[in-house]
Design a protein around this ligand. Structure first.
Ligand code: 3HC
Ligand code: NAI
Length: 698
């Protein structure tokens, strides 16, 4: 099938890109465009050209899958330069999303018209660890001004058609058919010298003197790591210093520098891993899904209200049920307050906030869930209560409704077994705050039906979450790995690494927040209650001594103003010698000799414990693939995307053999908690990688 289609309307040629699913500018499309533009320019009967896309996409940019190999000619930058250099006016009719190379292509056109409902215009290359490489860093500043361009290129944000016209990125917005508007626009340009953005000179006087220094100073903890943001700033600065051709050459060099970094590989892996997670083996991508139009939620506590917000924000009507008027009112107030805070911050409009709130039906009657297509239970974490609730739900919910539990620790099979429809029961484990965190762990119980899994995955996408399948086990995937990580952190404190050293080492490495600071944020009392219920013995009991004593001192974390750290009124964390003394005295009581643990060892031990547990989870079939473990860590646990995830680190940085040796070394020193996963042993022997493990042949 042709990826480029041309049509003639009088003196105008309409060139349409048609390369599903997103009009990525792969080799075939570049060839097609080169040919179509070549013919149009050579044809004396053609006076102007309109370039457009198909469906929802103008073009999502370069084909990322081509980055791994040698790019074949024609290269995108040259193609765009040729389009801009042409003597016949070219109008981009931006029918839909135009990102990265797609927007760079539009910037090479002489004029741009966008459909009214276009919402995704931007240069998101930075999110893939690279920078725009087809003139975007040179032409965008010339179109929208340096400051706006710098902001767009270093953040990768998308803007909509309305904002694009205000910034000068596009010339006009089409109310009706965008191609017809572009044709009319093109006709007015016939015979005139085309306007070429690349020829525009940037007025240096209008640029704040310290703009680039300030931008460089703010790279600090950029979500794309240290290299791509630096390259992006250098490239945009070049646009203020040299003409287009020279600027493009500098951009190319900086593009290559960013692309060669391991951070770019990690971020591109993360992009595909996230999409791969939605692929469930044995379920066709076009499998028939259950129709989900209404959502019911049981429990209006921390999670119930967050989940309700996630669905209201996703456009769903939500019924939320509580046991007492007081609890219901509290939950409804929280939902209302969050929506109005979002409106005040400009994230949504006042009328959107009102519309979303109007879709909420609060109730004290479980019977009101009879019409819900999906019911999510978020009551207290107590098996007897969950069973009672599911027995009732089984009687109330309509046939075919999906019954989900948000449990974080309980056995979903046991919950499903109290119903007469275990095939309709699934775990939907949201992370707190549920309206913000992107991860949704979808727990497949023994009898969960395929279409329920596929529907839950689709729902995740509809509410802007990243759905990842997990099997039933203690902690599922994410929290089971977290338990191993937390366990090693406690071991290291007793061995002599103070909280500030542990959190400092991991934060310097890129973690959003160190593990002890996270515990203070989440509340230390939660883990305390779980530990007391589980009646720990042996090493686990030893590791519980410090955190238990901290809670018993009345320090529950940030909410009580103190935990592992003290907190001032602005929640700034302050090291506390009292806690360091407590750690030292507990170590002494346990006869553990303390020493200084270097930052590299702290990071290595945390990473290897995470990856070793992840490998066990993969070999047990609890996670479908190692990359799913990474997707969880990147989206639910503050692991830096530019580091790929713990499994990717083993495959690409640490090395499987090296990891196996190190784990065995730690096992010799520390014993059973470092028992190597047999998958790592096997892969190390075979010189294999986690990425090479076949989903079905685990
Ligand atoms: N290259 C190759 N494949 C791409 C792609 C791209 N640029 N963009 C999307 N795809 C693929 C996805 O992998 C997915 O494949 P699958 O169905 O096999 O899993 C399919 O297209 C559909 O993608 P999504 O599921 O993400 O579809 P959505 O509708 O949810 O989102 C999107 C669409 C917003 C365009 C999103 O896919 C996206 O953000 N894509 C990446 C955009 C981007 O980063 N562009 C810049 C590329 S780099 C570049 O242009 C360099 C240049 O400067 C030289
Ligand atoms: P919470 O204590 O804040 O809220 C629970 C709510 O359920 C309370 O408002 C209570 O009145 C209500 N409730 C109790 N019985 C009910 C019933 N029969 N019908 C309707 N409502 C009822 O608890 P939280 O933190 O929201 O946790 C809820 C569930 O989510 C638990 O299973 C928990 O393990 C899980 N979870 C919690 C996370 C967290 O960070 N808090 C993260 C992920 C999952």
């Amino acid at each position: 099938m042709a990826v480029v289609d041309t049509q003639r309307q009088g003196e105008i040629v309409i060139i349409r890109m048609d390369n599903p699913p997103v009009n990525a500018l792969g080799h075939a499309l570049r060839l097609g465009l080169e040919k179509a533009f070549g013919e149009a320019n050579a044809d004396a009967g053609v006076a102007a050209i309109v370039l457009t896309g198909t469906g929802r996409f103008f073009s999502a940019g370069a084909d990322i899958t081509e980055f791994k190999g040698e790019m074949k000619e024609p290269h995108l930058p040259q193609l765009i330069d040729k389009i801009e250099a042409g003597s016949k006016p070219v109008v981009a009719a931006i029918n839909g999303t135009a990102l990265g190379g797609g927007l760079e292509l539009a910037l090479g056109c002489h004029y741009r018209v966008a459909a009214k409902d276009v919402r995704q215009l931007g240069l998101p290359e930075i999110k893939l660890g690279i920078i725009p490489g087809a003139g975007g860093t040179q032409r965008l500043p010339r179109a929208v001004g340096i400051e706006q361009a710098l902001q767009m290129i270093t953040s990768g944000v998308f803007i909509d058609a309305k904002k694009a016209v205000a910034t000068g990125l596009i010339d006009s917005v089409a109310d009706g058919d965008v191609v017809a508007t572009a044709i009319a626009f093109a006709k007015q340009q016939i015979g005139k010298e085309p306007r070429r953005i690349g020829e525009k000179r940037i007025d240096k006087a209008s640029i704040p003197a310290d703009l680039f220094d300030k931008a460089r100073a703010s790279i600090g903890r950029h979500p794309s790591g240290p290299i791509a943001p630096k390259c992006a700033i250098d490239a945009v600065e070049a646009a203020t210093q040299v003409p287009l051709a020279e600027g493009n050459a500098r951009e190319r060099k900086l593009f290559r520098e960013a692309a060669a970094s391991p951070y770019a590989r990690a971020l591109q892996y993360a992009f595909f891993a996230e999409r791969q997670a939605a692929n469930l083996p044995g379920i066709a991508p076009d499998a028939k899904l259950r129709d989900i139009n209404t959502v019911g939620i049981l429990g209006a506590g921390t999670m119930g209200t967050g989940i309700a917000l996630a669905f209201l924000n996703g456009g769903f009507p939500v019924t939320i049920v509580e046991t007492t008027q007081e609890a219901l009112d509290r939950g409804v107030d929280r939902i209302k307050d969050t929506l109005s805070a979002n409106a005040k911050r400009g994230r949504i409009t006042e009328s959107q906030a009102a519309d979303r709130f109007a879709k909420l039906t609060p109730s004290l009657q479980m019977d009101d869930l009879e019409k819900s297509d999906l019911v999510i239970e978020a009551v207290f974490e107590n098996m007897a209560l969950k069973k009672e609730v599911f027995q009732k739900l089984d009687k109330i919910a309509k046939r075919g409704a999906i019954l989900a539990t948000n449990t974080s620790t309980l056995d979903v099979d046991e919950i499903a077994a109290v119903t007469k429809r275990p095939q309709d029961v699934v775990g939907m484990h949201f992370f707190s705050p549920a309206n913000i965190m992107r991860l949704l762990e979808i727990v497949r119980a023994e009898k969960t039906a395929n279409d329920v899994m596929a529907t839950a995955m689709g729902i995740a996408k509809r509410i802007g979450k990243v759905g990842v399948q997990a099997g039933v086990c203690d902690g599922f995937v994410g929290n089971r790995m977290l338990a191993a990580y937390g366990n090693e952190v406690q071991a290291m404190t007793l061995e002599g690494a103070m909280p500030r050293e542990i959190d400092g080492a991991l934060e310097a490495w890129g973690m959003a927040m160190g593990p002890l600071a996270v515990s203070d944020l989440a509340g230390l009392d939660v883990g305390y209650r779980i530990r007391k219920e589980r009646k720990l013995t042996g090493e686990a009991a030893q590791f519980a001594r410090v955190p238990d004593k901290i809670v018993e001192m009345g320090r529950h974390g940030q909410k009580t103003g103190a935990g592992y750290y003290k907190y001032d009124a602005s929640r700034k964390r302050i090291n506390d010698p009292e806690i360091e003394a407590l750690i030292r005295s507990e170590a002494q009581a346990l006869q553990i000799k303390q020493r200084h643990i270097p930052a590299e060892e702290i990071v290595e031990r945390c990473l290897l414990r995470l990856a070793n547990e992840g490998a066990k989870i993969v070999e047990e079939g609890i996670a479908l693939r190692a990359s799913d473990c990474d997707v969880m860590y990147l989206n639910g646990y503050g692991f830096p995307a530019w580091r790929g995830g713990p499994m990717w680190q083993v495959d690409n940085v640490i090395g499987m053999r090296n990891a196996a040796e190190k784990i065995k070394g730690y096992a010799a020193t520390y014993g059973a908690r470092w028992k190597i996963a047999s998958l790592i042993e096997r892969l190390a022997a075979e010189n294999g990688t986690f990425a090479g493990v076949d989903v079905k042949k685990k």
